[in-house]
Design a binder for this molecule. Structure first.
Ligand SMILES: N[C@@H](CC(=O)O)C(=O)NCC(=O)O
Length: 632
């Protein structure tokens, strides 16, 4: 009653006002997360100077951590602080993490000799790791809370509005991700610094930090308008205890003298009520089906690591538009925003006319799409390898001074340095496009201009009798990248089509197959598959140590195809259930039971009510009879 009255007083267009704050909060938070993530792997490679393998490994450890912490967030919210306070406190941790990252990327802090490279890399690495840990704790911790908190704002008769809210919520995620993945690579490509101008990773991390502060402020501003449910006990803990008891009770009753029970979970009946056991059975069936799923995420999340590194060896010149390697990731949210409505309104209904395109079938096809994406990535890599030398580092150039006097060389934003007579400069990082160098000594000065292609590297020879432009000769140490970044579009298309079929459907499937009070448990289980998927990248990258990148892509594609076959077999034997219907049956049976059983049922019902908006119960022993007979 309290909830309805709270909500009814604050409505706009039939929606509670409070959800506008939540939606804006989500947009800013996802901007912050994806913006930081977009440039992360390049920060590791070019700022911290890690090699591709280490950069990829740490990137995936971070992503895995971001998807492990939701369990922690759910436990804190459910059993201690409630969702509202959990979101506030963990958002503060998150914002501190983002600020730490921004500070860690200021090279001037330790650049004592002012040559543009940090002198105490340990400081920057340590700060980055602390920052990333805090971000993982914050973003993962609030993840299961924010969407559920949004859902809580609707009363039971607002089901339609709640569904619209979740669609808008998903669009906001991808809107935030799209904008930030365009913006932060641009910020990263700027030059900044007090003593020496370098690529501006601090700005690329600083803006996401600012957006996280905005997200927090917006969320707090809405404070007076939210419906804040009290923490209601930790259902995850109840589930774990019940499963633990079932196993230990089963082990204690091993002998032939003990009659068998229909299901191993039935061994928990001696202590736990039948409703909880039946609900756990439903959840376990879905969790069992989750076992092969991490492999999808193993491939999916490499678009932020391997694919971004791949793009650095490609040509990002799209005519009027010059795309940075990390900006290629925007193809994913752009395709999400277009594919989701097309799939829902056109593709699925068309396929449905020919075959029963069940959620599990969609997910299987989604996995195949991801495998195809990696075959595309492998083919693109073969194309790149044909064009790619290994020496020296891409985009760097040097000058050799053949004059009898010291010379200064600079371009706007880059001071190559003072080069002694008959000596050479260090390699300096130069942007692509037309670059004008100014070369000067005590007695003369001149300009020298040259077109730099993506990733090209040159050595320039300054002769003894320098007049200028025509006197300087250049040798091309590395040819400009010739494989065009547009070649990555097919792999992005397939991975995103895979995401729509796999991820969007999978979330819906998990939600529909879970009893009301355990939807959060399954949500945490789903996010756990993402974490495990990222750990698999680490294991495969470390164990397989495949020297050829294209072969690694094909290996991942093959692994996913094998897993996909296993998943389709498992899915074939899965029978769809309707938890609400089953719970209603359980209720009916409960009416026929004796008084004690009724009391026990009532207890179970209260548990369901306590943890959810629904209020039915279910006798798990009869689940086979009660299911909707829908096969994969
Ligand atoms: N498509 C992704 C966003 C991206 O990779 O840019 C998505 O929707 N992820 C879901 C989320 O909760 O972040």
């Amino acid at each position: 009653v309290k909830r309805s009255s709270t909500l009814n007083n604050n409505k706009v267009l039939g929606y509670p006002i409070s959800i506008f704050f939540i939606v804006v909060n989500e947009f800013c938070e996802r901007f912050s997360y994806y913006g930081m993530r977009a440039v992360l792997v390049l920060y590791f490679k070019y700022f911290l100077r890690w090699d591709n393998d280490l950069a990829t490994s740490i990137y995936h450890t971070f992503v895995a951590l971001c998807y492990l912490t939701p369990i922690l967030g759910a436990i804190i919210a459910d059993s201690w602080l409630g969702k509202f306070k959990t979101i506030i406190y963990l958002s503060i941790v998150y914002a501190i993490g983002q600020v730490t990252m921004a500070v860690s990327a200021i090279h001037d802090i330790t650049d004592k000799d002012r040559d543009g490279t940090p002198d105490n890399m340990t400081f920057h690495v340590a700060m980055s790791m602390v920052g990333l840990f805090l971000i993982a704790l914050g973003t993962g911790g609030i993840k299961p809370c924010v969407s559920a908190f949004g859902g809580d704002q609707f009363s039971e008769h607002q089901e339609k509005q709640r569904r619209t809210f979740f669609s808008v919520f998903y669009l906001c995620i991808n809107g935030g991700s799209l904008l930030s993945t365009i913006i932060t690579p641009i910020l990263r490509a700027q030059e900044c610094g007090i003593y020496t101008q370098e690529k501006c990773y601090s700005l690329a991390f600083g803006v996401p930090a600012a957006l996280m502060v905005v997200a927090l402020v917006v969320f707090i501003v809405g404070s007076g308008m939210y419906y804040k449910a009290e923490p209601q006990g930790n259902i995850m803990l109840d589930v774990c205890k019940c499963i633990g008891f079932a196993i230990s009770n089963r082990v204690r009753h091993r002998g032939k003298q003990y009659p068998k029970r229909k299901h191993w979970m039935d061994w928990a009946e001696d202590r736990y009520d039948k409703l909880l056991i039946a609900q756990i059975k439903m959840v376990l069936k879905v969790l069992f089906l989750y076992i092969p799923l991490p492999m999808f995420w193993t491939l999916f999340d490499q678009k932020g690591s391997r694919w971004t590194l791949q793009a650095t060896t490609m040509d990002g010149n799209f005519g009027a538009l010059v795309i940075q390697p990390d900006q290629m990731q925007t193809v994913n949210p752009i395709l999400i925003l277009t594919l989701v409505p097309i799939m829902d309104s056109l593709i699925y209904p068309l396929i449905q006319k020919c075959v029963n395109f069940t959620p599990l079938r969609r997910m299987t096809v989604g996995m195949l799409m991801a495998a195809i994406a990696f075959v595309c990535a492998g083919l693109v890599q073969i194309e790149i390898d044909k064009t790619l030398p290994t020496f020296p580092s891409a985009s760097q150039s040097q000058f050799v001074n053949g004059m009898g006097m010291a010379l200064n060389v600079s371009t706007p934003g880059v001071y190559v340095g003072l080069i002694d007579s008959s000596y050479y400069s260090n390699y300096s990082l130069v942007n692509n496009g037309k670059i004008i160098f100014t070369i000067w000594s005590d007695t003369q000065a001149c300009n020298y201009s040259r077109e730099f292609g993506f990733g090209s590297s040159y050595t320039f020879y300054i002769p003894g009798n320098l007049v200028c432009q025509n006197d300087i000769t250049a040798t091309e140490d590395i040819k400009p990248n010739t494989a065009h970044m547009a070649l990555q579009i097919p792999q992005y298309f397939f991975i995103t089509a895979g995401e729509v079929m796999f991820s969007v459907t999978g979330l819906e499937f998990s939600y529909s197959q879970a009893p009301n009070n355990m939807k959060a448990v399954l949500q945490a289980g789903w996010l756990l598959t993402v974490a495990i998927g990222n750990f698999i990248v680490l294991i495969v990258a470390e164990v397989a140590k495949i020297p050829e990148q294209w072969a690694e892509y094909i290996l991942f594609a093959s692994l996913l195809i094998v897993v996909c076959v296993i998943f389709s077999i498992m899915a074939h034997f899965y029978t769809y259930i309707n938890p609400a219907e089953i719970e209603a049956q359980f209720m009916k049976k409960g009416d026929d039971n004796d008084e004690d059983d009724k009391k026990q049922l009532q207890k179970g019902m209260e548990m369901v009510k306590r943890n959810s908006t629904g209020s039915h119960s279910y006798d798990g022993d009869d689940d086979d009879d009660e299911r909707k007979k829908t096969k994969m």
